[in-house]
Design a protein around this ligand. Structure first.
Ligand code: ZN
Length: 385
């Protein structure tokens, strides 16, 4: 049939180009898991007194002609969050740095599996991605492309469509933080996997709001940063990198109006005793350690004391009330170390080679189809002249 030829040509050449694109993924030398070790503890909350301000860095505005389902413009969004007392907000449009955002930010990723990253203080927007399914190496390769042009790189919503699993997070490197709490999925187990493998990943928590007029989307999750409201925006990056953050999850369907517990004191005495105090009594407080294991639980109190065990590698604190859940960034042994981008092996992988051959084959097929079409067109022109 006449219409089938151009369709076939587009199909075969598309398949060929996509396969060549996928064949570019290198083979990485993955490092074994190295849980945190060392005598001294790193405590991001050691600076007393603890002064907290509210933040949301995952907000979608109306952009790309409405394709990405953002419903409002920047001023409406900013007013909504100011009313709720937020000190820091960032507009995170897909593949676009919104000039109206108080800090430069965008959400990277245009693949079917929702493997996304929040790119803070980017030098430019990176368009590299793998649009279909992604292997661990492809996920790492995208982070490798983002790393040199991104000031603070965050893995977005790992649980959402299993975009990053616990085993991915036990190996990936080159990023600074994890968006543990997100309206589209909370990723606490995945976070523990990254921490248990010895990668210092502070928590971020966000609404991932698309419509600020919907009260169920506002203040469903949020981050509190250990910074006074009047602090310059330049100090925000240091606070995020150093892990001076707490994530909150709202257990009610509307923005929280009344008071809720905040961290008042977190101290390590003599490297062997941890003391945590909240501003209000909570129903329960929990301490979590290596492999996500519960180290201690106390009920109906505002404080927790824990004798640190020699095999504790990291410790993170949770608190629960009827209204909120609180998740603090971890305290770690030896310092806030992070895995970098792993080194590459010099040779391509078998899969890469196969993808290259597959791509070359389909490009040759499409070239042959095009030649055939040209010959036929020439013949038709001559015969009708
Ligand atoms: Zn996303």
């Amino acid at each position: 049939m006449r219409w089938s030829n151009p369709l076939l040509l587009v199909g075969t050449s598309g398949l060929g180009l996509l396969s060549l694109w996928y064949s570019l993924v290198p083979v990485y030398e993955w490092a074994p898991r190295q849980p945190f070790t060392g005598h001294c503890w790193y405590n991001p909350f050691a600076h007393a007194p603890l002064v907290w301000t509210r933040a949301n860095f995952h907000i979608h505005t109306r952009t790309w002609g409405g394709l990405t389902k953002g419903y409002q413009e920047a001023p409406t969004i900013q007013r909504a969050y100011r009313r709720l007392g937020y000190a820091w907000i960032g507009l995170s449009d897909y593949q676009r740095i919104n000039p109206a955002s108080p800090l430069p930010l965008y959400e990277h990723g245009w693949n079917l599996g929702k493997v996304h990253q929040l790119c803070f203080w980017p030098r430019r927007v990176v368009w590299w991605d793998f649009p279909l399914s992604q292997t661990l190496a492809m996920r790492q390769f995208v982070l490798e492309r983002l790393r040199p042009v991104t000031g603070f790189l965050v893995l977005a919503h790992p649980r959402f469509m299993r975009s990053y699993t616990g085993s991915h997070l036990a190996q990936l490197g080159g990023y600074e933080a994890i968006e543990v709490l997100n309206r589209f999925g909370d990723s606490v187990a995945e976070w523990d996997s990254a921490l248990s493998s010895g990668h210092f990943a502070p928590i971020l928590a966000h609404d991932n709001v698309h419509d600020v007029e919907n009260p169920h989307q506002l203040m469903s999750r949020w981050t509190e940063v250990l910074l006074p409201e009047e602090a310059p925006v330049e100090s925000l990056r240091a606070a995020l990198v150093e892990g001076r953050t707490v994530g909150y999850k709202n257990r009610t369907p509307f923005p929280i109006q009344g008071p809720y517990p905040r961290l008042q004191q977190v101290e390590i005495v003599g490297e062997t005793l941890l003391r945590v105090r909240l501003t209000l009594v909570a129903d329960s407080l929990r301490l979590i350690g290596q492999e996500g294991r519960i180290r201690r639980v106390v009920y109906r109190t505002d404080s927790l004391t824990y004798a640190i065990r020699p095999d504790d590698t990291y410790l993170r604190f949770e608190a629960y009330t009827a209204q909120v859940e609180l998740y603090a960034s971890p305290l770690v042994r030896g310092g806030p170390k992070r895995r970098g981008i792993p080194p590459r092996r010099p040779l391509p992988s078998i899969q890469g080679l196969m993808a290259w051959l597959f791509g070359a084959f389909w490009l040759l097929v499409s070239l042959r189809l095009w030649q055939k079409r040209q010959t036929k067109a020439g013949y038709t022109t001559r015969s009708t002249a």
